[in-house]
Design a protein around this ligand. Structure first.
Ligand SMILES: C[S@@+](CC[C@H](N)C(=O)[O-])C[C@H]1O[C@@H](n2cnc3c(N)ncnc32)[C@H](O)[C@@H]1O
Length: 304
């Protein structure tokens, strides 16, 4: 696939000698936004129009992915096994597999060690399309599995260990299933951009009358909009504590390009084998204080 102008191999070939399909995207701002990417891949992903143009929406999408790439690339380098064992990454709730394709194009294609990438997605038509695209792009190290995240955790199609687990806007509790997967696979890094999770908000709704009678803290989720927003905030805090309870170090930050979305939280967890007892205790205390005991299994932590 053609690359846009960059310091990568092949980029010095004069534009006039390239076949039409391999021509780089338009010059100027668009070109710098596309540096290093394969034009044909971006077209196939509908990030670029057939004419190689970026519209406002796709520019934002590209900016988001590039921003995410800045975080993931060092994690990939850091978790590369030294002994020739393949570097492995699983992307859950992959959708059209934008993330996997971009990671492949920008990183894995040039990577000189063995590696393997899997996209997990429940919609078979998206799996089929992604397989076709990977075939035509020659991305032989990518595999697409039509499984739910929960099924993937026990599937014999995946190895026992995975180095990096990602889940970008995986719907509802699929992010929690991705955490289960990462824990089961002893992932070194977990990168999550959570979607809205309805379970905690539902539990708040269910116990609202009791909670309001018990504590003024329940004012935090009295109104339906607050139930949803606070539910979402609590969900992500519990996810972080759960990962910490399992020895991970957590960074929580914001993704650019999602400024107008509530779903712009990026959680990066790195396994450091830290003592997790305090996080486990705090998580359980939170569940008790907020009347969320029913979710103890969802946010399960090691028994002490
Ligand atoms: C909002 S899309 C995000 C797609 C992609 N990660 C992205 O950011 O472009 C969520 C995707 O997760 C898939 N999905 C939802 N629940 C899932 C589950 N339990 N297991 C696997 N995939 C799931 C949906 O079919 C959908 O394609």
């Amino acid at each position: 696939m053609a690359r846009t102008a960059s310091s990568r191999p092949g980029s010095s070939r004069p534009a006039s000698s390239r076949p039409a399909a391999a021509r780089p995207a338009p010059a100027g701002a668009a070109e710098s936004a596309l540096a290093g990417h394969s034009v044909e891949l971006l077209k196939a992903l509908h990030i670029l129009t057939r004419e190689g143009q970026l519209n406002q929406d796709s520019r934002r999408k590209l900016k988001q992915i590039q921003h995410l790439y800045q975080f993931i690339e060092p994690l990939l380098r850091e978790s590369t096994p030294a002994d020739g064992v393949p570097l492995t990454l699983v992307d859950h709730g992959a959708g059209k597999s934008y993330l996997g394709f971009i990671l492949y194009d920008l990183f894995f294609k040039q990577f000189e060690q063995p590696f393997k990438l899997w996209s997990i997605e429940t919609r078979p038509e998206l799996i089929e399309k992604s397989r076709e695209l990977a075939r035509s792009a020659g991305f032989a190290g990518m595999e697409f599995l039509n499984l739910s995240v929960a099924q993937a955790t026990t599937s014999p199609l995946l190895p026992e260990r995975i180095d990096v687990v990602t889940a970008l806007h995986a719907c509802n509790t699929a992010t929690d299933d991705a955490i289960d997967f990462a824990l089961a696979k002893r992932a070194q890094h977990v990168v999550l951009v959570p979607c809205c999770q309805a379970e905690v908000a539902a539990a708040f709704r269910q116990g609202k009358a009791d909670a309001l009678a018990r504590s003024s803290l329940a004012e935090l989720w009295r109104h339906p909009l607050h139930t949803r927003e606070f539910g979402s905030q609590v969900t992500n805090v519990l996810r972080c504590l759960r990962l910490q309870a399992h020895g991970y170090q957590i960074t929580v930050t914001e993704l650019v390009g999602w400024e107008h979305s509530m779903k712009n939280e990026l959680i990066i967890a790195t396994q450091k084998h830290q003592p997790g007892k305090a996080a486990a205790r705090r998580l359980n205390e939170m569940l008790d204080t907020l009347g969320l005991q029913v979710l103890r299994e969802r946010f399960a932590v090691p028994q002490t």
